[in-house]
Ligand binder design. Structure first.
Ligand SMILES: *[C@@H]1O[C@H](CO)[C@@H](O)[C@H](O)[C@H]1NC(C)=O
Ligand SMILES: *[C@@H]1O[C@H](CO)[C@@H](O)[C@H](O)[C@H]1NC(C)=O
Ligand SMILES: *[C@@H]1O[C@H](CO)[C@@H](O)[C@H](O)[C@H]1NC(C)=O
Length: 628
């Protein structure tokens, strides 16, 4: 087994917190101590014995296995001979320059009104600039990400997708949405643009006609796939997590339509939007036949316009592939369906997981592009270290100053430099170009696509005593001391390579960490490129520096490890625009759409009134709890 001691930095970060066991003292007069010691000795002896016997059995096995032919295997009824296939060490990525060239010019695609997009004002967003300074976010930066400083009214933003269509004042061409086939529009768009992509890029056939998921025992595809078996296609799947029985409200429809039109159609097919449908406790066998699948689709309640871009799955699929991972539920293993998506639909380089209860108040495709290009242009050095702090302009200034501050704390070095070694993982990521991080000057990784893009700051699990999943893991020899990180929420972009190695580790080694720790931890263990583009997030009180201080906690300069603030406590995030427990996004959205707010709920300060219209800046809202 491939074993390396953890890097020096980890000794500081992951000091053993458990006290050393007391020495065995049998000579003590105290009876209970005697018993305790005896039990301990017995357990030790027993463990040793088990280990020694296991070792002997294994050695004999290994020594003789070459001599044995499969024919000599005992053939018991129902127990097929299953000779162990040795697992070759994974191929590692080289340190070649992985800079991706820009794709050719985008070719216009046809939208839901049958017109070429951007040549059809009814399909256009109405973005405006306002004569005022753009609001400064609580965390994150428009400038660092290159997000346009524009505003939109609810009509300017969602009008193309049916917002306001019930009113006489709606001036856009109305659409019979049930007759729109978003999968076909996406595929037509890809075909118009196919010449811009490598030949390996493919369209996604209508998912009704080409459903590929199947139980592991019936699967026609290899159980494990590797990064080096696939060429880049330059395409990204945008995967929306939905479930059977979900009640689609008009605003969900506006959101989903906007996602397809802006991410897939307006980018000339660089993204493909897919609905990944959790069938919950559906009784039927959707994998049985196409009739049964269609019945399942009916039961899932997917609106007609999205049916041919929906892929159904259920818990049985997960337990068939991952029988040794004890938990498949979303809270623990939200990435399992995504891992299987990558395995069965490997024609995407990257997979964005997005949620139904999310909104892009600006153009969704452009927003994803900005997050992606920030990640692509970010150097690998200290990318993880930076992702453990919030960038707050009002505390430290622009992103360069934040960047330099993190560098200063690390004295030009880094804690993560190449793979973060743990005994279970043989990394696929490259070795760093220099032995020491301080000898590399932020060139490594620039221009290379990131393997994981997270959307909020990361935490060290070992310090996160408040985190309910802190003790949930399995298959690691260091147990709870295994270095791992979580970056909630599970809205992330993961590469095919990363999803493949997570899948392999789950089916072969039964390794498991909770959802929000899965992509970040595996990316770090494998030495894959990591990025946290700090997108703008607002707070419900304007210029509330006192609260900001409580999140900032002195920033990188005050951190003794350079990996997040020493004190991981912070105020509740109820009033943030992007935070798991916040309710402010709903208030912003309602006020923006002209709905009445509950008594005592103030008008969100980031909305701007002009000429009887309400305008919102460009940002990500999450979560959006439903309201009628
Ligand atoms: C990597 O390649 C790109 C274009 O192919 C080039 O612009 C860039 O300078 C290269 N980077 C390094 C570090 O060699
Ligand atoms: C295949 O696996 C599924 C789910 O794990 C199971 O229900 C089914 O009986 C299996 N089929 C065969 C032929 O073993
Ligand atoms: C950086 O250097 C200072 C002064 O030499 C030292 O106190 C500090 O521990 C170093 N920080 C790291 C992360 O190595």
């Amino acid at each position: 087994m491939h074993k390396t001691s953890p890097q020096k930095g980890w000794k500081v970060l992951f000091r053993t917190t458990q006290p050393a066991p007391p020495p065995l003292s049998v000579g003590h007069a105290n009876m209970s101590r005697h018993l305790l010691a005896w039990n301990r000795l017995r357990r030790l002896f027993h463990n040793r014995l088990t280990l020694i016997s296991a070792f002997i059995v294994c050695s004999v096995w290994l020594l003789t296995s070459d001599l044995r032919s499969p024919a000599e295997w005992p053939s018991l009824p129902g127990l097929a001979p299953n000779p162990p296939t040795p697992i070759p060490p994974p191929k590692r990525m080289s340190n070649a320059n992985y800079t991706v060239p820009p794709l050719g010019e985008r070719v216009l695609c046809v939208g839901p009104r049958g017109h070429l997009l951007t040549k059809s004002p009814d399909d256009d967003l109405k973005e405006i600039e306002l004569e005022m300074p753009y609001p400064t976010p609580f965390t994150g930066s428009y400038e660092a990400l290159g997000i346009d400083l524009t505003f939109m009214s609810a009509d300017g933003r969602y009008g193309p997708y049916g917002f306001g269509a019930e009113k006489d004042s709606y001036t856009r061409q109305r659409v019979d949405w049930d007759r729109v086939d978003w999968a076909r529009l996406q595929n037509d768009c890809f075909e118009r643009n196919a010449h811009r992509f490598p030949p390996t890029a493919k369209k996604l056939e209508n998912t009704l006609a080409s459903y590929r998921f199947s139980f592991r025992n019936l699967s026609q595809i290899p159980e494990v796939r590797h990064w080096h078996e696939f060429r880049s296609t330059r395409r990204t799947a945008v995967v929306v997590r939905v479930w059977r029985g979900y009640e689609y409200m008009p605003e969900d429809m506006f959101y989903l339509r906007s996602l397809v039109a802006e991410a897939a159609l307006k980018t000339g097919g660089e993204y493909q939007v897919i609905l990944l449908v959790d069938m919950k406790d559906y009784e039927g066998n959707i994998f049985g036949s196409s009739e049964e699948y269609l019945q399942g689709l009916k039961s899932a309640g997917i609106p007609p316009e999205f049916q041919s871009m929906a892929l159904l799955w259920d818990d049985r699929l997960l337990s068939s592939w991952y029988p040794d991972i004890e938990e498949h539920r979303t809270m623990w293993q939200v990435y399992q369906p995504m891992q299987l998506l990558a395995l069965h639909y490997p024609e995407y380089d990257h997979f964005w997981q997005v949620e139904l209860d999310m909104r892009f108040t600006g153009d969704a495709g452009r927003y994803l592009d900005r997050l992606t290009s920030f990640a692509r242009n970010e150097p690998r050095k200290q990318a993880f270290e930076r992702s453990t702090f919030m960038h707050m302009q009002q505390m430290i200034g622009d992103y360069d100053e934040f960047f330099n501050e993190v560098d200063k704390v690390h004295n030009g070095s880094a804690v993560i430099w190449g793979p973060l070694r743990i005994p279970e993982i043989q990394p696929i990521g490259p070795d760093p170009p220099t032995r020491f991080a301080k000898d590399e000057h932020f060139k490594w990784g620039v221009g290379e696509e990131a393997d994981v893009i997270v959307t909020s700051f990361c935490n060290n699990v070992l310090n996160a005593h408040q985190w309910v999943f802190q003790g949930w893991l399995g298959g690691f020899s260091a147990g709870l001391k295994t270095p791992r990180f979580f970056c909630p929420p599970a809205i992330m972009r993961t590469s095919r390579a990363l999803l493949f190695v997570i899948h392999e580790a789950q089916i072969r080694q039964h390794l498991r960490v909770p959802s929000e720790a899965t992509p970040p931890s595996f990316a770090l263990w494998h030495g894959l490129k990591f990025s946290f583009p700090q997108h703008p997030v607002f707070w419900h009180e304007r210029d509330d520096f006192a609260t900001q201080e409580k999140w900032w906690k002195g920033g990188p300069a005050k951190s003794s490890t350079g990996i997040g603030p020493d004190d991981i406590g912070h105020p509740r995030g109820y009033g943030l625009t992007f935070w798991w427990e916040t309710d402010w996004p709903r208030q912003i959205y309602n006020a923006w759409q002209g709905r009445r707010l509950d008594d005592g709920v103030p008008r969100p300060w980031i909305l701007q009134d002009r000429d009887g219209q309400i305008y919102a800046p460009s940002m990500l809202l999450h979560p959006m709890k439903h309201s009628r």
